[in-house]
Design a protein around this ligand. Structure first.
Ligand code: SAH
Length: 358
C-alpha cells in the first residue's frame, strides 16, 4: 500500500508562536526565560516592522536624522585619525536601515564610503534594509562578516533584544526562572539545579524573591567584537538602555502599541527587551582584546560630539525649528532618552581615543 505524502501546512494552519511554546512546555516541561524570549522575539521580528508611530515602539534613528548623522561623523573622525584605512561598516540589528542611511550620508561627506554589512535575523526587516541601502550584504551573525579589514560597528537597541536568563532567589537558594503553563496561561516558575555558585559574591545574599538577569548571548557577541577589533582594527559604538551592572532587579519588559504589556501574555506579538548590563558587556569586549570607553549617558555623549551644532543648522531651515528642538530634547534630555540610554565605545588597541568620552 502506498502512503499519501503528508500535506504541507497551509498558511492558515501555521502554528502561532504561543502554540509552539505551549507544545514544547507540555511535552518537556517549563522552558528557561531565555528560550521563551528567543522564540518570542524571533517570531515577532520576522513577522512585522515594529518601528514607528504605526508600530509598537520608536527608536532614536526614527526620531531624527541627527542621531545617525552624529554616529556617522563620530566614526568618520576616528577613521580619519586612524590614518583612513580600508574598512567595513557593520550594523547589528539595523531595523529599517534609517540609522545606516543617515550615518552613511554623513560618512560619505567626510570621504568615508565603506562596504556595508548588516547582521539581521528577520527576513522582513532585511528586505526593508536592502531597499534603503542597495548593495548592503546581509549576514545571520557577526561571525559571517568577512574577517579581513578593520570594522566600524554600530549597534543601537540591538543588545536589549537578545535573550536573557533570569536567576531567582528561591527558598533553598538561587535557581533559574522558567516559563510554565497553568490553566492555559504562560506563567513564570522556578526550576533547574541550584545556581548559587555562579552568582557574583555581592549579589548572592540578596533577599528571597530577588531576580538577577544575565545575557550570555550579549556577552558572547561583545567578546567576539572585542576579538575582531583587536585582530583587525576598528571601533564599535553600542547604544542601548541599561545599567552599570551586575545588579539585582528584573528589567524584562514587553511593549505593544507604545504601551507596556505583560511579557508572558502574547509571546511573539509584543517586543520583549531587557536592560543591558554595560559593565558585563564592556568586560567581555576587554576580555576579547578591545579597549572600552564609557558607558556614558546618550545625552552627554551626543552633546559632547556636537549634536547641538547640528540641531542649530537643521533648525535654521524654514518651518523646521519646532520639530528639531523637540527631537533634540527627546534624544538628549535626562528625563527622556538622554540618561537611561547609554553609549559604550570599543576601540582596537592602537586606534585613537574616540570623541565624546573624555
Ligand atoms: N537598530 C534599529 C532597530 C532596533 S530593533 C533602530 O535603532 O531602529 C532590534 C533589531 O535587531 C531588529 O532589526 C531585529 O530584527 C534585530 N534582531 C533582533 N534579534 C536579533 C539577533 N539575534 N540577531 C540579529 N538581529 C537581531
Amino acid at each position: 500500500m502506498t502512503r499519501a505524502s503528508p500535506e504541507p501546512l497551509a498558511e492558515d494552519d501555521a502554528l502561532t508562536c504561543a502554540q509552539v511554546l505551549r507544545a514544547a512546555i507540555l511535552l518537556d516541561g517549563p522552558v528557561p526565560i531565555s528560550h521563551f524570549m528567543a522564540a518570542a522575539n524571533a517570531h515577532y521580528y520576522a513577522t512585522r516592522d515594529p518601528l514607528g508611530a504605526a508600530g509598537d515602539f520608536v527608536t532614536a534613528p526614527e526620531i531624527s536624522q541627527m542621531f545617525g548623522e552624529m554616529i556617522g561623523l563620530w566614526l568618520a573622525d576616528l577613521w580619519d585619525r586612524a590614518g583612513r584605512p580600508a574598512c567595513r561598516y557593520v550594523e547589528l540589528g539595523p531595523g529599517r536601515g534609517t540609522l545606516a542611511v543617515d550615518a552613511l550620508r554623513a560618512m560619505t561627506a567626510a570621504g568615508l564610503a565603506p562596504p556595508v554589512h548588516f547582521v539581521e535575523t528577520s527576513p522582513l526587516l532585511a528586505a526593508a534594509q536592502a531597499d534603503r541601502v542597495p548593495g548592503a550584504s546581509h549576514h545571520a551573525a557577526l561571525a559571517d562578516v568577512p574577517d579581513d579589514l578593520p570594522l566600524l560597528v554600530v549597534a543601537n537597541e540591538f543588545f536589549d533584544a537578545l535573550p536573557i536568563r533570569q536567576l531567582v532567589r528561591a527558598a533553598g537558594g538561587w535557581r533559574e526562572r522558567h516559563v510554565g503553563m497553568v490553566d492555559g496561561l504562560f506563567l513564570p516558575t522556578v526550576g533547574g539545579p541550584p545556581l548559587d555558585a555562579i552568582l557574583p559574591d555581592a549579589l548572592r545574599a540578596a533577599a528571597p524573591g530577588s531576580i538577577v538577569e544575565t545575557c550570555p548571548a550579549a556577552a558572547a557577541i561583545a567578546r567576539a567584537l572585542g576579538e575582531r577589533l583587536a585582530a583587525r582594527g576598528g571601533a564599535a559604538i553600542v547604544i542601548d538602555y541599561g545599567y552599570a551592572g551586575p545588579a539585582v532587579g528584573e528589567t524584562l519588559q514587553a511593549v505593544r502599541g507604545h504601551a507596556a504589556a505583560n511579557p508572558f501574555e502574547a509571546p511573539g506579538e509584543c517586543d520583549l527587551t531587557a536592560h543591558v548590563d554595560f559593565a558585563t558587556l564592556a568586560a567581555a569586549a576587554r576580555a576579547g582584546g578591545a579597549e572600552t570607553h564609557g558607558p556614558l549617558g546618550q545625552g552627554d555623549w551626543l552633546r559632547q560630539i556636537g549634536i547641538e551644532a547640528r540641531a542649530a543648522a537643521l533648525a535654521n531651515r524654514p518651518g523646521r525649528t519646532a520639530e528639531v528642538v523637540t527631537a533634540l530634547a527627546r534624544l538628549t534630555a535626562p528625563d527622556q532618552m538622554g540618561a537611561l540610554f547609554k553609549a559604550l565605545a570599543l576601540t582596537a588597541p592602537g586606534w585613537p581615543r574616540p570623541e565624546g568620552f573624555a
